[in-house]
Design a protein around this ligand. Structure first.
Ligand code: FPP
Length: 281
């Protein structure tokens, strides 16, 4: 782990996509191959409550601090020209939390959308929201709609905020959307994977190549169940409010060490159909 490296800032060429790097970031940056970045990064931002608890602060202080990590992650991914970033902000299960925490999270999101709009526009980011929007408070729905409208013409990274999101709910919604379409035109052929993908909230986006989960839990938590079929999963012990740019770069470097086979075999690996290779020739 590189957590204790000196934080002295290092001035690099003005043209560096990330601007000024700390010594630790520059060290990790050297290992990154910019031609092999993931197209879509998805993040389960976990550990806000624990971060606050460790500091004897209320849980909401952890959520507020977590917005800084969201900002850093959004800006860094946009500057790296990653095609899509999806952040899991509120799940369908999160309604089970105390009302005060839910209200705070909704307010925080509204505040975030208002405050961060200049950064989103500056980075040419297009915003999308994944989830059952019609179940959200009216004010949140309005802000969500406005954020999508204001950024609709942007051409850079797509930032998806999963809000009132559930992976199973998404698949059910997709099936119902297919049925509704069919009732209209009477088609009755079987549902294909492509068709289902087109009816998911993520229609048009590549599936995530990398799923990051902070704070150590080895769970998928009903997140993008269909889309992460072949994603590389990176779980870090770092709590979300501590997930800074160095930790993100580290996750990208780790992703590049993985060998992605999509159920096939390694390139050059001996196979029954290729005895020459199998014999080591
Ligand atoms: C999980 O931590 C975090 C959440 C449920 C909320 C995430 C929301 C933010 C970081 C706010 C900003 C969001 C955006 C998109 C700007 P937890 O409360 O489950 O932590 P714990 O497991 O330690 O209790």
């Amino acid at each position: 782990m590189l957590h204790n490296k000196p934080q002295k800032s290092l001035h690099v060429a003005a043209s560096h996509p990330l601007g000024t790097l700390t010594a630790e970031e520059a060290y990790i940056w050297e290992k990154l191959d910019l031609t092999r970045l993931p197209r879509h990064v998805a993040v389960i931002m976990d550990g806000n409550g624990r971060w606050a608890q460790k500091r004897h602060l209320p849980r909401i202080a952890g959520h507020r601090s977590g917005t800084q990590s969201a900002r850093t992650t959004i800006e860094t991914c946009a500057r790296l020209k990653i095609e899509a970033l999806t952040l899991y902000a509120f799940s369908v299960e999160n309604w089970r939390r105390p009302k005060t925490e839910i209200d705070f999270l909704m307010q925080l999101l509204r505040e975030y959308l208002r405050k961060e709009m200049p950064l989103i526009q500056k980075n040419d980011i297009r915003m999308r929201f994944l989830g059952r929007m019609d179940e959200l408070p009216a004010g949140v729905q309005k802000d969500v709609r406005e954020a999508m409208e204001k950024t609709a013409g942007n051409k850079g990274m797509v930032l998806c905020v999963a809000l009132n999101y559930g992976g199973r709910a998404e698949i059910v919604d997709a099936m119902n959307s297919i049925l509704a379409e069919r009732n209209g035109n009477g088609a009755s052929s079987q549902v294909t994977e492509e068709q289902l993908s087109r009816h998911l909230y993520t229609d048009g986006l590549p599936d995530p190549d990398l799923l990051i989960r902070t704070s150590g839990e080895m769970r998928v938590s009903n997140f993008l169940l269909w889309q992460i079929a072949y994603a590389e999963i990176f779980v870090t012990e770092t709590l979300w409010p501590d997930f800074n740019r160095a930790r993100l770069l580290e996750a990208l470097v780790e992703f590049q060490k993985r060998e992605r086979r999509y159920g096939g075999i390694r390139e050059g690996e001996p196979s029954d159909e290729n005895p020459a290779r199998a014999a080591g020739h």
